[in-house]
Write a new protein. Structure first.
Length: 154
């Protein structure tokens, strides 16, 4: 799967789970007995949110986006449906084009430790997938331990 395909999959998935969560919130408002819908939709959305953020960082590093662009892509996941317009803008500007960088090139950034580590993981997709699944699951578990985001700053 190319960086473009992977990013687009998670950008659209993030928007779909926003719709699911908003629908569940409306359902709960109309039928309070169906409050479990928010729990289910929130869990699905939370997992997709973390997966999208991970994918945005991974693709951003591969595409050599500046830190601000990567941070912006991650931050836009907080805004409902904002990942889709970003995806379209990146596509239009050709910033999702290219293959995974598994080999060093003449680019000066390729000698940095982060790029070497990145290429090591990209060259071993099963190791990368296992690492990312474990990392996202650990972060998701920690966030579940903290409770609902609406209570974090009370």
């Amino acid at each position: 799967m190319s960086p473009k395909s992977l990013y687009r999959l998670f950008a659209v998935g993030e928007a779909i789970t926003w719709a699911l969560l908003i629908s569940a919130l409306i359902t709960r408002a109309l039928a309070p007995d169906l409050g479990i819908a928010v729990t289910v939709a929130g869990t699905i959305h939370g997992a997709m949110f973390l997966s999208y953020c991970t994918t945005a960082v991974l693709v951003g590093v591969n595409q050599r986006w500046r830190f601000g662009k990567i941070a912006g892509a991650v931050s836009l996941a907080i805004v409902p449906f904002a990942t889709v317009p970003l995806d379209r803008a990146l596509l239009r500007k050709g910033q999702l084009e290219g293959a995974w960088r598994t080999q060093a090139s003449d680019h000066p950034g390729d000698s940095k430790w982060i790029d070497k580590l990145f290429r090591w993981f990209i060259a071993r997709p099963f190791v990368l997938i296992a690492f990312l699944v474990i990392s996202v699951a650990a972060l998701f578990s920690f966030l579940l331990f903290l409770g609902s985001p609406t209570t974090w700053f009370n």
